[in-house]
Structure formats: C-alpha cells, structure tokens
Design a protein around this ligand. Sequence first.
Ligand SMILES: Cc1cc2nc3c(=O)[nH]c(=O)nc-3n(C[C@H](O)[C@H](O)[C@H](O)COP(=O)(O)OP(=O)(O)OC[C@H]3O[C@@H](n4cnc5c(N)ncnc54)[C@H](O)[C@@H]3O)c2cc1C
Length: 304
Amino acid sequence: MIKEGLEKIVGAEAVLRQQPLSQYTSLKVGGAAEYLVKPKAYHEVAEIIAFCSARDIPWRVLGRGTNVLVSDQGLEGVVISLTDNLAKITVAGAKIIAQAGASLPRASSVALVNKLTGLEFAAGIPGSVGGAVVMNAGAYGGEMKDVLRRVQAVNSQGELVTFAAQEMELAYRSSVFQHNGHVVLEAELELVPGDPLAIQEKMDDFNRRRREKQPLEAASAGSTFKRPEGHYAGQLIESCNLRGTALGGAAVSEKHCGFIINTGQATAQDIYDLIRKVQAEVEKRHNVRLEPEVKIWGEFRDTR
Ligand SMILES: Cc1cc2nc3c(=O)[nH]c(=O)nc-3n(C[C@H](O)[C@H](O)[C@H](O)COP(=O)(O)OP(=O)(O)OC[C@H]3O[C@@H](n4cnc5c(N)ncnc54)[C@H](O)[C@@H]3O)c2cc1C
C-alpha cells in the first residue's frame, strides 16, 4: 500500500525497500530505511510529503548524508533522498540557482568557472546545497548566510513556499528549516564578479588547510560538535586527554579532536556512546555542555 502509493508518485525504480543508510552517509553507519525514495521533480517531493502526512507515515529528508548519525536499528517510514536526482545548477549573471541535491563543492566550482567570488568557503564542504542551507554551513570566515538570497521549499502540507533571506533565521549552524519541517528544494545564491585566479587560489588554500588539519581520510561527519561560545570544541576535548580515545570502532580523531571518526567497523551506537562520553568529560572538567552539530536520527541506548 505504501510502496504502491510512493511508486505512483515517483515511479517504481525510484522507490527502494530496506536500503542500508550506511551507504548514504559519510559516517558509513546506520541501519536500513524502510523506504528510500528519489524524487526527480519538485512536485514529486510535495506529493510524497502530502502522501505521508495524510497517512501519518514518518518521513525525513536526506541530502548527501555528511552531517547525520543514523541508528543501527534503521528508520521506519520514508527517507526522501535529494542528491543527483535533483541537482541542476544554473547561472544568471552573478546569481547561482541550485537545486537542493546539487553538491556544494560543485556549486563552488560553477562559481569559479563563471568568475564569481563568494562561494570559495564551500569548496571543501562535502554536503548538498539543501543541507548547506538547512545547516547554514560555513568555513574559513564564510557561511551560506553571506550569499543566500532566496529559497524555494515545500511545507509539511506539501505546498510550495518561497523564503527571502531575512525569513530564514540564519545563524551559526542553524536556520528556520531545522524547526519548521520544510524541505528545501532550491536556493538562489548571489555572488560577485571576481578574478578567477584569486578565486582558485583561495579555494586551494582552504582545501590545503583542511587536508592538513582534518582527518579527511577517515569516515566522519565533519565537526561532531558545534563551537561553544567562547571556546573551541576540539581544544576542550583535547584538554580532557581524549585525543585518540576509542569506543568500539569509534574514535576521537588523533588529527583533530573535534572530529569523531569511524575507524572501520564502528556501529552507530559506538559513535553515539563516544559522543556522550566526550560530552560528559568536557562538562565535568569545564562546565561546558557540547551540543552535537551532527543530527542524530532514530533510536539509541543511553548507557551512561
Ligand atoms: C569531512 C567533512 C567536512 C565538513 N566540513 C564542514 C565545514 O567546514 N563546515 C560546515 O558547516 N559543515 C561541514 N561538514 C558537515 C556537512 O558537510 C554540512 O553540514 C552539510 O551542509 C550537510 O549537507 P548534507 O547534504 O550532507 O546534509 P545531511 O547530512 O544529508 O542532512 C543534514 C540535516 O539537513 C537536513 N536536510 C538535508 N537536506 C535538506 C533539504 N533539502 N531540506 C530540508 N532539510 C534537509 C537533514 O534532514 C538533516 O537534518 C563537514 C562534513 C564532513 C564529512
């Protein structure tokens, strides 16, 4: 019944049963999604949401999976996957209009090719444009807030809505889309004409600094925790002597304490337990509560 309903909207080839989400997330952990659907058009996203809402079927949207930790037990209901199936990027003057599933580094490359500056910070952030809007992703002094002008989204009733920048409540790793249950479909970014050599140099510099400082060779979700006011998460973690600390297959990166990595055989529960351990030790020592930046999906056991 659910399967038939979804297939009617997106076609049989775009509805996958029991898909292991470890294959769709950069942490490479997580059980199966009961249904994973890959819409190819905005109206399909709207119809999926309306279909699920009318039947009380739980649903979530997954971009490139670079900022989520999915439970080993997997997820009931529907995961709407927005990647290459909705990834068109168009350029109009100094504006880039990107569909939510487009890769952010690709949007950054399109900016370079079109001699537009302002998106260099995004060259090494491995998520989707939609995920970057929702997270207000940023690095090296730049963030989506600086360039985002308009977003087209679909609300929880399946209706298309448009947001202007000032309506998006963009703040450090936060936006209105983390709370309002909307799915971002498309973003309009406003850049500035620039010198391609200078743009390329800036991107190369950011990417070199990333390679030097971050464990890019390991599976991770980037910085595990948000930066607490007045501190750096990595420094607080290091000062608790947690560098390299392992729990099962999860470890605090030797290279950058702000990253919890999957050393190869981690379960999602290992990563979750290590997050809790790090939080507890930092709180005990510094009286600072680290808030995960990574979104935690599904059920976990709290053993601490
Ligand atoms: C090696 C590495 C380095 C990283 N470096 C940085 C960095 O420098 N700066 C930074 O900010 N982040 C960084 N990240 C984290 C991550 O890449 C960003 O948060 C990114 O914006 C997430 O995009 P995504 O498509 O992967 O989102 P997902 O991980 O797929 O989803 C993240 C959240 O956004 C929601 N979401 C995704 N797409 C949509 C949509 N279209 N509509 C509504 N909700 C949606 C999901 O439901 C989920 O809640 C890094 C990650 C890795 C692995």
